[in-house]
Design a binder for this molecule. Structure first.
Ligand code: ATP
Length: 314
């Protein structure tokens, strides 16, 4: 087939703990990642040339080789040169719904969708694990975005252990359109302020990695206990992002006024989310938030947790 359309969901972090530094310059993390129904639509098609082309309907998303979707095609072309010369160049079209620079892994999920789509289009027959291994070369969140659902992520975020699905829960996402936070800035600032508490010995790192597997939030997820999950939400990056972005702090405090399971910033922000036990509760939170902060710059989505990553669009 010449073209594939895919759905590329966003992710939120139910838990994000920074454990220490790694020899490769990244941080050692312990996270619980969760896919949500808010998604971009990606189309990959053979363009009959030797070039890679990217189109996106969002002005802040680059259409050149810095786009993660472009990098994903380039990686496939590099890894599978015979298929690239047989099938030729690829045109990627990104229909963006996920806000950009939001802490929702928008770029990573686009790259994941391109890997899945090109694998199908070129008939490569790669397994999900093989696609995830390729994805890890593009970014730490890409392997999770391929499989999605609910998972523990350790290492840079690329070592995954699946958890039971939470797809009965809902979530409200809120972000100021004009605010974005650089992920690189957030981690660098965290290192500047908190590296004295980093664990550096191998045994200590392994112990902390293991601790998340038996941690309270993982236990609450296994029990499907939405109330407990809401109370155990955690994100170390709040310590650097909230003081620097007072509007995000105010948004978080406002969301906490309403009846929800729990409130937290996602990833490096500035998106803040409120977990909800039902669609009705999510809709109530959305309208209360809109009434409390009637700023046209504030975007709000009532959506749900889902049990999958990249899927073919029907
Ligand atoms: P993460 O949660 O993985 O840190 P994010 O949600 O904070 O990511 P993205 O939306 O992925 O951030 O965008 C970060 C930057 O990456 C943007 O400023 C944009 O210039 C660039 N970028 C490259 N490719 C894409 C893409 N396909 N979609 C969105 N942004 C992209």
């Amino acid at each position: 087939m010449q073209a594939y359309s895919l759905i590329a969901p966003a992710k939120i972090n139910l838990y994000l703990e920074i454990i220490g530094d790694r020899p490769d310059g990244y941080h050692e993390l312990a996270m619980v990642l969760q896919s949500v129904a808010l998604a971009d639509h990606i189309t990959v098609r053979a363009n009959g040339t030797e070039r890679i082309q990217v189109h996106c309907n969002h002005s802040e998303v680059p259409a050149d080789q810095t786009n993660l979707a472009y990098k994903a095609v380039a990686l496939m072309a590099n890894q599978f040169p015979d298929a690239f010369s047989q099938f030729g160049g690829v045109e990627v079209t990104i229909d963006k719904s996920i806000p950009v620079g939001a802490g929702l892994a928008g770029g990573s999920t686009n790259a994941a969708a391109v890997l899945v789509g090109v694998n199908l289009m070129w008939g490569l027959g790669l397994t999900q694990v093989e696609i995830q291994e390729l994805g890890a070369k593009l970014g730490s969140d890409v392997p999770f975005c391929v499989a999605g659902g609910t998972a523990i992520a350790t290492g840079r975020g690329e070592k995954l252990s699946p958890l039971p699905s939470l797809d009965s829960l809902h979530v409200v996402l809120a972000k100021y359109r004009s605010l974005s936070v650089s992920t690189v800035w957030a981690y660098k600032t965290y290192r500047n302020q908190f590296s004295s508490s980093y664990i550096s010995d191998d045994a200590g790192l392994e112990e902390r990695r293991q601790r998340v597997h038996s941690g309270a939030i993982v236990g609450a997820i296994a029990q499907h206990d939405g109330g407990a999950i809401g109370k155990l939400l955690h994100n170390d990056l709040e310590k650097v992002v909230l003081p620097e972005y007072p509007k995000v702090t105010q948004l978080r405090e406002t969301l906490q006024l309403f009846n929800s399971l729990g409130v937290m910033m996602s990833g490096s922000g500035p998106t803040v989310f409120a977990l909800a036990e039902s669609q009705a509760q999510a809709e109530a939170i959305s309208s209360q938030l809109r009434a409390a902060l009637p700023d046209p710059d504030l975007e709000i989505w009532a959506t749900k947790l889902i049990a999958n990553g990249i899927q073919l669009a029907h």
